[in-house]
Write a protein that binds this ligand. Structure first.
Ligand SMILES: Cc1cc2nc3c(=O)[nH]c(=O)nc-3n(C[C@H](O)[C@H](O)[C@H](O)COP(=O)(O)OP(=O)(O)OC[C@H]3O[C@@H](n4cnc5c(N)ncnc54)[C@H](O)[C@@H]3O)c2cc1C
Ligand code: SF4
Length: 309
């Protein structure tokens, strides 16, 4: 923290470096200093404590996806962490880096030469957006796998910086600004992720759409979580999608359709239809936007079916 404060805007924190380093090669970030977080003991460890699962931000995605407590309580988190990129990247990439991942766009995640040839854009060095062609907002897509799941689980983040330490719900951490899509202040780092342990059981589901199953960023992810009574009726149901706009999107209006109901095919169809109405992908990623929209109800249906066991 001291180093980040000392170097100010010239420094960027790095954990696994699996996203930051490729981005630096593309000259999307040109920091004079990198402050390495991965060796800091306080950012390590996964343990159950006072009714929460506490995950150190520097834990690798592999460690998270394989941890017995994660596997026992949160299948969706196991799946999400276990489907980021490919195995080598998950062995280096951390959950803190995943939560703080930069947004992505077809016109941004390119070499300097490529971007210069087209003309730079709002997010880096330019003053136009090649996606919307109007306005002054960047709509690069939030493309990280674990945050939608953490949102459905009601997780919070411990954040430390020059102003002290604060705790922020993951659902309040993101903002709809593709240039800087989190509420992190300069010099702040995420130190821990806290997930409330469910009483007695939370059913969770996660599905991901990507070009190559072996290694790729999401074109769409859907995370769902449900509290179900002994008669299989839903006490609560939450759904979050991402890969569309600058921040993950909470699906709304599900309570009135599903609470108190058994998750039948008809109920799932109604929920999927409602999700379709709420999701409007843009041409910010590979994959035709209309096709990605058509995939929303398909993937919402698949995620919800995972809750019926
Ligand atoms: C080929 C390829 C495929 C990929 N596929 C996926 C995918 O499918 N899904 C996906 O989600 N990601 C994917 N990634 C991105 C990346 O590998 C993961 O998101 C990984 O979890 C990032 O973690 P990291 O520790 O490597 O982050 P870093 O690269 O070290 O950092 C990423 C960003 O987070 C910031 N940061 C890191 N740690 C902290 C912290 N504790 N507090 C505050 N800020 C921090 C850094 O400053 C940087 O801005 C892919 C990357 C590649 C190269
Ligand atoms: S959405 Fe627009 S401004 Fe943002 S990275 Fe893409 S082209 Fe650039």
């Amino acid at each position: 923290m001291g180093l980040l404060a000392e170097f100010g805007e010239t420094a960027i924190p790095v954990s696994g470096g699996t996203d930051l380093i490729p981005n630096m090669k593309h000259r999307l970030f040109t920091p004079a200093n990198l402050v390495a977080l991965k060796g800091i003991g306080e950012l390590k460890g996964i343990r159950e404590e006072d009714g929460e699962l506490v995950i150190g931000a520097a834990e690798t995605l592999t460690a998270v996806s394989l941890h017995p407590s994660v596997r026992l309580h949160f299948t969706a988190l196991t799946d999400a962490a276990g489907h980021v990129a490919g195995p080598q990247l998950r062995n280096s990439g951390t959950i803190g880096g995943n939560v703080c991942l930069d947004t992505r766009c077809t016109y941004y995640n390119q070499s300097h030469f490529w971007r210069q040839a087209l003309g730079f854009c709002l997010k880096k060095d330019g003053d136009v957006c090649h996606v919307t062609r109007v306005g002054k907002a960047c709509v690069a897509a939030h493309s990280a796998d674990t945050p939608p799941v953490l949102m459905t689980l009601g997780a919070t983040l411990d954040i430390s910086g020059p102003g002290g330490t604060r705790t922020v719900p993951v659902r309040d951490f993101f903002i709809a600004d593709g240039i800087w899509n989190t509420r992190r202040e300069p010099g702040e780092i995420v130190t821990r992720i806290r997930v409330p342990l469910p009483e007695p059981e939370l059913r969770t589901g996660y599905v991901k759409l990507r070009q190559r199953q072996s290694i790729d960023f999401p074109l769409l992810t859907v995370a769902v979580a449900a509290d179900v009574d002994p008669a299989n009726r839903l006490r609560s149901l939450r759904g979050v999608v991402t890969g569309l706009g600058a921040c993950p999107k909470e699906l709304s209006g599900w309570e009135e359709l599903a609470e108190g109901e058994v998750l039948t095919d008809e109920i799932i169809e109604g929920l999927a239809e409602r999700a379709f109405k709420q999701c409007h992908p843009l041409e910010n990623m590979i994959g035709d936007a209309e096709w990605r929209r058509a995939m929303v109800p398909v993937h919402v249906t698949r995620a919800l079916r995972k809750l019926r066991h």
